[in-house]
Design a binder for this molecule. Sequence first.
Ligand code: AMO
Length: 426
Amino acid sequence: PKKTHWTSEVTPELHGSNVVVAGWVWELRDLGKIKFIVVRDREGFVQITLKAGKTPDHLFKIFSELGKEDVVVVKGIVESSKIAKSGVEIFPEEIWVLNKAKPLPLDIWSETPDLATRLKWRSADLKRPRNLAVFSTASAILRAIRDVMYEEGFVEVFTPKIIVTSTEGGAELFPVMYFERVAYLSQSPQLYKEQLTASLERVFEIGPAYRAEKHNTDYHLNEFISVDAEAAFMDYNDIMDILEKLVKRVISTITTVAHRLEEAGLKPLLEISKIPRVDYDEAVERLRQLGYSISWGDDLNVEMQKALTKFYGPVYFLVHFPASLRPFYTKRKEGDKSESYDLIINGIEVASGATRVHRRDELEEEMKRRGLDPRLFESHLAVFDYGMPPHAGFGLGFNRLLAALLGLDNVRHATLYPRDRYRVEP
Ligand code: AMO
């Protein structure tokens, strides 16, 4: 028979109804005349109760042969219960074992094995209730992000992931063989999303980005999910307004599932007020007062970004970075500053963006300043000859956002199958 209910939907209000649940054997308890099977599915757990005299005899034989993680379908009657954990239990009429499972290679019930073991056996590790909560929430967050972007008049696009020019710095590209020539995996949709503002005006994309960075930190991946947006006739402040709305919507989405996350031992961020926009100069000044060795023109590191949390709270924008710290497409402000920003959550840079240069001569100038040869960007530059509007945008690392907001201490915990310096499988 077909699954009729998620385990989480089997509530006391269903008392007396017939349901079919399907999932995996989480726990078996044998108290003699009464026996329990706890079944897990993506949404939670439900208790199946076998009682001598009430339950068909052949089900006791099935029970005796069951093992943890066997795949089962259970048809039965719901009864509300004062003793069962969720206030409800199912008395089975039939149990089908669809597949047997060998003992799992790692403990998902009580211990949390080290990260390397967990990632080695990732698909088994993903059965862990905490992971089910994290990745179900991830999906809800993606939906909330899409909602905000559509509300703001953006259309969703897909740009090529096989490209020929670097956008975010030359050395960090993975080469791929593209028939008889070398191409690269895309570091970001930067150039395409900018080009699309000349036609579709407001675009966003959610897709993979590749960085051949050798960093092996808690917040670097070599493949991550990037949420990119770009809008014609907007500047960096307009885009920060949209990002602020987006972060707030994401946090209210998390709030709706907070109890599940907290039950799984997580400490999500649930409170947020207006997100302050902190000028780079002020940040550097404060850090110097705190004794950090940083000069005007230096980038902030994670430790410094964490230190600023004391003044500005867990979520803040850093704005107006020195132009020299930012890519060639960033619009300059007066002095050596730029119309750029980073969004910092719990000390980690989660998004960055800027108003962009939209005139060809200026863009070529910025390329040359950074030692880039404009001739290599001819197909991109040509677009600027045919009516390029002023525009601005952001790139947001989805894995970092998820890790930061759910209080995960490593971005790998927010990634189904992480690609890092030493890991290309599973
Ligand atoms: P940037 O290089 O800052 O900017 O990347 C944007 C965001 O992507 C995430 N990110 C990463 N996440 C995990 N592992 C990595 N190795 C990694 N690298 C980046 C971060 C970061 O804030 N084109 C610009 C964006 C723009 O201006 O629109 C860009 O790619 O969360």
